[in-house]
Design a protein around this ligand. Structure first.
Ligand code: SF4
Length: 395
């Protein structure tokens, strides 16, 4: 099989909604962002921890584990926060494995699942699967901090599950009755879980996935812009998205009947304008990023040019050499260095989660976060001012 499926589970939300997008973007270049590279590394560390704990494919000595971990940590994208986030993943794997009680599950890590019975040439790599007692567990690690991902009716996870049931059918037959899904996203909302029956999953596969996959494979269907555009290679250049975004900015729907100058927006209208504005801001950021790289390649983006951004100043020859000169010139050494208390997060990052927990035991208090505006479908609970005030008084 090729390294990447045209219609894979990881892009399912996009191609299920916008069926022409896979063929439309098939030959476009995909540049890997530093965030994606860090995510790949964090996945590798998470996988190694899982392999060590479960002894997959065979028991691993601590020496071998440390050797492999050290090698991963030499990657330029490594940072100490990854130690903690991948520990959260490992703890969740342990908890889910223990939920099977006295009959430990069969565990598969970074396993290819085949969903080609539903999706032409469809396959994907699932982070962790567990089988046992008539249940399938699908567990996915997400390193991203930007957009919290919900486990509920998550099409990527559901396709992994259908692929796993199909791939392992020769072992488990029809014995799997239910699926438990977990998304472990330590930097955005923690662990999110959901469950559904295999029957519901199979019905979804037949009624939603199969027909959409047929259209997507053939490059047919309507272009359908939505939140999934952010993962599309055409997100900056797609005319369907541009049209939808420009209409968002001009459709007066929400402003009627208060469209006359001199009136105030109602709360409904303001919320609607904010939702539209946020979508527009995301699209404009995509356009700017694309236009800058195109202009740097020598292309002309009408109405724009590349200029030098605001520069910064630094010590010639490095701070040590410059400070020596400054002291010679009569500047007091005390003025050259700042002594600041390190933050909780800063020390945790430097020490790593385990060493930090030990060193800072009993020294850290949880302070409530500032209220922040979030869309209605954000998985976090609604801010409760009274509960927050009570919690702060009691910490
Ligand atoms: S940008 Fe959006 S609308 Fe355009 S092809 Fe991609 S997913 Fe479809």
């Amino acid at each position: 099989m090729a390294g990447h499926a045209l219609l894979g589970p990881s892009s399912a939300e996009r191609w299920l909604n916008c069926t022409p997008s896979p063929r439309f973007t098939e030959h476009m270049m995909d540049s890997e962002s530093p965030d994606a590279a860090a995510g790949t590394l964090a996945h590798a560390i998470a996988e190694l921890k899982g392999r060590k704990y479960f002894g997959i494919p065979e028991p691993m000595s601590t020496r071998e584990y440390n050797k492999q971990l050290k090698k991963l940590k030499e990657d330029a994208h490594y940072n100490k926060e990854m130690d903690g986030t991948t520990d959260v993943y490992l703890e969740h794997l342990k908890a889910r494995a223990m939920s099977f009680g006295d009959l430990p599950p069969y565990v598969a890590l970074e396993t290819q699942v085949d969903c080609s019975n539903l999706v032409p040439e469809g396959f994907g790599i699932a982070d962790c699967l567990m089988f046992g007692s008539g249940r399938l567990e699908v567990i996915d690690y997400k390193h991203g901090a930007g957009v919290p991902v919900s486990a509920e009716a998550n099409s990527q996870m559901m396709l992994y599950a259908l692929g796993a049931i199909h791939t392992y059918h020769f072992i488990y037959g029809d014995s799997i009755q239910s699926v438990h899904f977990s998304i472990v996203q330590p930097r955005a909302g923690g662990v999110k879980e959901w469950e559904c029956s295999v029957q519901n999953l199979v019905d979804w596969g037949e009624t939603v996935v199969r027909p959409a996959a047929e259209r997507a494979w053939a490059g047919k269907g309507e272009f359908a812009p939505g939140t999934w555009c952010r993962f599309c290679k055409a997100k900056a250049q797609c005319s369907a998205r541009a049209k939808a975004m420009l209409e968002l900015g001009t459709t007066p729907h929400a402003l009627e009947p208060a469209s006359a100058a001199g009136t105030l927006l109602s709360d409904d209208q303001l919320g609607d304008a904010l939702t539209r504005g946020r979508a527009l801001a995301t699209w404009v950021a995509d356009l700017e990023k694309y236009a800058l790289s195109a202009a740097l390649e020598g292309r002309t983006i009408t109405g724009y040019k590349v200029v030098e951004g605001r520069g910064s100043r630094d010590w010639t020859g490095g701070s040590d050499a410059a400070f020596a000169q400054l002291i010679q010139r009569g500047v007091a050494e005390a003025l050259l260095y700042e002594r600041k208390p390190v933050s909780v997060a800063g020390l945790e990052k430097s020490l790593g989660k385990a060493a930090f927990s030990k060193a800072a035991d009993g020294l850290v208090q949880k302070l409530p976060g500032k209220p922040a505006l979030a869309p209605e479908n954000d998985p976090r609970p609604v801010y409760n001012a009274a509960a927050t005030a009570f919690a702060s008084e009691n910490t």
